[in-house]
Write a protein that binds this ligand. Structure first.
Ligand SMILES: C[S@@+](CC[C@H](N)C(=O)[O-])C[C@H]1O[C@@H](n2cnc3c(N)ncnc32)[C@H](O)[C@@H]1O
Length: 361
């Protein structure tokens, strides 16, 4: 076991290492697991080093990526591998796995950081994954067919000479390569923002929640709707949308007959029929103001569920988000509303996080 053991790796958007580190520290401390984040700003990942031998494993078995804000992927480090002989990158990995006695995994990720430098490793990772997979299968360290229910092996290259080797559990990890949910831009959508709501609907809601909430004929309100990227997602699911904004909505969307455009202030608007299934909000405003507005809609039962973005400040982003979320949670608790809250810095987000508040039945 080398120095990086007793640690976990979290991928994040480059520039969000401090926030990721702050969040991991808070989550670990709340579980009485202690350590510190190690990172270089702009590297697109954080290694969180624990003090006690089994704390990293405890953290990784208790914390799912889905329940965090900034991490895109999380895995337990088994070893840092320095590649001295570039003609044999596989040998050191097999040796380390033999030492760690991990047993058979169901899946292999060969990833790299989401940075300009990291992208130069994409080809290496793609090419390397093929013989590595074969070598792992030959030693029964990887199942013959992909098995998403089993633990996964992670090889995370930070340069051509160094990679971290690790493992994750099925329920705790992101299913995506590099922790990134890649989506194709729908050609008829009026703005790239559409991908934010699409990613949120696909990754933050379960299939059952999605089907129940985004069902044909259900009503939604979109605050700060123009030019209509979010409304497009809802209309594509045959929902009726009250689109609120002073800007201009895309003509194609208006032609669907499913959009009721309202040139009004999103902070004063009320649903036309007194209630909608889903409130979405992408207004660029102070996070605490948006949090109060969302809490009001939910506690007054103007909307059953809400999906909204919170703009992030330049500094103290983790603290800002948690304070805004606390506002919503406190109001829901006071109104005795049971709801799940997922808060994610999505791949298609920039300086904002997306929050999904889904009321329990
Ligand atoms: C980031 S854009 C929304 C993009 C939209 N979600 C899409 O996918 O096309 C923010 C929008 O919020 C609107 N906005 C900001 N403050 C508002 C307010 N108080 N009431 C209504 N709309 C507001 C702006 O006019 C702008 O169109």
């Amino acid at each position: 076991m080398n120095a990086a053991a007793q640690s976990i790796i979290a991928y994040c958007r480059a520039g969000y290492e401090v926030d990721t580190g702050n969040e991991l520290t808070a989550i670990a401390t709340a579980r009485e697991l202690y350590g510190y984040p190690a990172f270089k700003p702009g590297d697109g990942f954080v290694r969180f080093q624990f003090y006690e031998p089994d704390h990293a494993a405890q953290f990784i078995s208790q914390v799912a990526v889905h329940d965090t804000i900034f991490p895109r992927q999380l895995f337990l480090v088994l070893e840092t591998i320095q590649i001295e002989d570039k003609s044999d990158r596989i040998g050191p990995i097999l040796d380390a796995l033999a030492d760690a006695a991990t047993g058979r995994s169901g899946l292999l990720f060969v990833d790299y950081p989401d940075t300009d430098e990291g992208k130069t490793l994409a080809k290496l990772c793609r090419k390397f994954a093929v013989p590595l997979r074969q070598a792992l299968r030959a030693r029964d360290l990887l199942s013959k067919k992909e098995h998403t229910g089993l633990p996964a092996l992670h090889v995370f290259f930070t340069s051509g000479e160094q990679c971290y080797l690790g493992v994750s559990q099925a329920k705790q990890r992101s299913p995506f390569e590099n922790g990134i949910c890649r989506l194709k831009f729908p050609p008829k959508a009026p703005s790239r923002s559409t991908l934010k709501l699409e990613e949120a609907l696909l990754t933050m809601l379960s299939a059952a929640q999605r089907d129940a909430i985004c069902r044909p004929g259900a009503r939604a309100v979109d605050l700060g709707a123009c030019p209509g990227g979010w409304t497009y997602q809802l209309v594509s699911r045959d929902m009726h949308v009250e689109a609120v904004d002073n800007g201009k909505m895309a003509d194609d969307l208006m032609a669907t007959g499913l959009v009721d455009y309202r040139a009004e202030d999103g902070f004063k608007y009320r649903p036309q029929m007194g209630h909608v299934e889903l409130l979405v909000c992408d207004m660029i405003e102070k996070p605490d103001r948006v949090a109060v507005l969302m809490a009001n809609w939910l506690t007054r039962n103007w909307a059953t569920h809400a999906i909204f973005n919170l703009k992030l400040p330049m500094k103290r982003r983790y603290e800002t988000v948690t304070a805004a979320i606390e506002t919503v949670r406190a109001q829901l608790n006071a109104a005795n509303i049971k709801a799940s809250m997922v808060i994610r810095h999505l791949y298609h987000n920039r300086d904002e996080v997306t929050v999904a508040v889904i009321r329990e039945k």
